[in-house]
Write a protein that binds this ligand. Sequence first.
Ligand code: ADP
Ligand code: ZN
Ligand code: ZN
Length: 824
Amino acid sequence: MFVEVALPLPLPRTFTYAVPPELRDAARPGARVLVPFANKEKIGWIDRVASEPQAADRIKPVSAVLDTTPSATPTVLRLSRWIAEYYLAPLGQVLRTALPAGLADSSTDFIILASDPGDEGLTQHEAKLVDFLRGREGPQPVARVRRELGERASWPIIRRLEEQGILRVETEAPREQPPVRTRRMLVIARVLPTLLAREEAFGRARRQREAYEVIEGLGGRVEAAHLTGQLGFTTEIVRQLVKKELLAVEEEEVSRDPYAQIPDGAAPRLKPTEAQAGVIVHLQHASRTATPGTFLLRGVTGSGKTLVYIELLREVVDRQGKTAIVLVPEIALTPQTVGRFKAVFGDRVAVLHSALSDGERYDEWRSLRSGAKRIVVGARSAVFAPMQNVGAIIVDEEHEGSYKQGEAPRYHAREVAVVRAAIEGAVCLLGSATPALESWANAKAGKYTLLELPHRVGGQPLPPIRIVDLRKEREKIKKTTGPLQEPSPVVVSDILAEAVRERIRKQEQTILLLNRRGYATFVQCRECGLVWHCPHCNVSLTYHRKRHRLTCHYCLHEEPAPKHCASCGSAELSFKGVGTEQVERAVEEAFPSARIARMDVDTTGGKWAHHDILGRVERGEVDILLGTQMIAKGLDFPNVTLVGVINADTGINLPDFRATERTFQLLTQVAGRAGRGPKGGDVFIQTALPNHYAIISATEHDFVGFAEKEFDTRRDPAYPPFSRLINVVVSGVDEQLTQEAAVAAADWMSGLLTARKVADVVLVGPAPCPIDRIRTRWRWHFILRSPNAKVLGQVGRYFYEKYRIPANKADLRIALDRDPVALL
Ligand code: ADP
Ligand code: ZN
Ligand code: ZN
């Protein structure tokens, strides 16, 4: 008996091993095995079992089968094979992505002494192992035992002792209850909501104010050790702040999961509107058929898509006794949506949020696998949940780019969801107010069934959207600026400021969006024009004012903010390009009495920081919530009656074919946060491109019109959905060698296309990537484009299997990205 084993290595093949007789029962497809590989042992998964070896190399035996029941269920294995095939990735890497992290090392294998035989009849090695276990209590992780004993604890020895009943192997060991650990936290005890309050509290105690504001920037709480350690504040400053009762000290349990606390049935049951009921009936019917197919639910913001999801879950889980998968773009950003599922289905829901430890994640995985939990809510990788009898797969905000994984395997969870649903005979429901153009095209072509919720629940109108022309605002400012002064940037225009003031007066809430973080997006010398760049990436460095540092948003490089030009020595530096930190400052100054919360990557470092900020907004403790695209999604706060977009143009000119689509989606989504309650709402979009169709369509809430115009731009040259792409990126640490390698790879590919007379695949490039250096690696790419997915896949596969990039000192790598979401 032989097996083909998929190893998590970047190689396009599986490896053949022999199966010793005693392992034959356990050696099933999907089971984890330990195999010798290049003088080491590696963990892989059995792909196929065969009676003849595929290749005639010297075949080694499998050392151990690590699963009692295969960790990859038949469906997950089938799905993984499809991903490996379609996305041109090694099956072993796909399986490693699909399964809990712990399974890919041997950390989940434990051994324990079952009965002590004394040393009679044991070999020297066996005796050593038994002796080792004698000295310890409880199950021992095999990985640790082997670190200490090496070959004396090899799997054949372990298995032999197991057979004799001397020790027990617990492949999926009972997890010890994680001990409740606590840590000392400093929490803001008195909120200083206004600039005035701040001046009063701190006077000239500058460091105290800095410490306070740093904590604020971190979401209002920080571990004491972090503040006095890495952040460099003295314990004396902390003591003063505590004495002034600005900070409180708390002992915090290290893990506190707000979702765990929401009980079953916590939500009042809503009665679907007529429109919702129509959609729900359709889905219920489909779920009772053998091949329900894929549905695209296009529902405007606030049309009540979540209730549709919930009713579909009631049908398949409660009535039909099946299971279901719900994908959301990012758990932390959608606490309300996740909370609604929990409030209806309680303990039957596993929420796979990013704050789970590997162990906790593994526990959830097991409870899904055993059927103890029947619904999973999670980001991208939840599409691999090990459930059986899946009746529905829901993809909320299906247009979101975060469903695509950025590293191998570069799968798109929406597409995987469609495939899994087809395998399982489940309903696949894709929901969005602004569907991806690919999904929209599929719906128009009849491949997906289109369902629509064209109106908001309760007859609320969509909010009116007004454009503020930034060019005119800039002119206004220039007129008041002296000839030698640099005009200050427009942050909040007068008309938007007036609208904000009115909301503060009426105790309503405002959301301000700017999709760019930091204080200034670049620093430039006024004398010679030098712009500060990252030493490792070809991007400008962003200035962060509170920390007074320049940072790179690609590789996280940091350096102190400059005082002089590195080239000409001039002290005249200008900090350009407004980011959220600058908006926060401008807003604080413009509305000194307002309570402001900022939400972006820099303020959401802690595990539950998003949760905490959004909780404050929900409880009415915040007047103005400002942030990056993080605040554009899913939020449902009826008291938000104003949305302002500080600058709509930040992403529109990126050299990427989806830049316009993304801008339209972002504007529509954020505008949809306004006027969800009875008080109605208004939206202001500040832009220097008031005539751009993405902006105009957004102001008219016109998705269909936008899609038509955007389709026109993608026909010639053909971009998705009119063609399919594979982006081939060659990277290396030497510029010249990287370029040469990219040219050679592209030549090889064109040779292939010519030799095989492949007519409908076009090769574009090679050329430097738009961002041609990231993390010290130079990047070149070429694109394969075809209207024919099948032929494109064949060409891609041939290249993937046959083409090997030369090994040289540039550490060259090649990455194939099929159906890329961005070409940067
Ligand atoms: P979407 O996701 O489509 O933007 P949501 O699902 O967040 O919309 O619903 C918007 C709001 O309408 C939520 O506050 C929700 O509780 C409420 N809602 C949805 N359906 C109903 C209904 N049938 N009756 C009353 N309120 C509803
Ligand atoms: Zn200079
Ligand atoms: Zn960098």
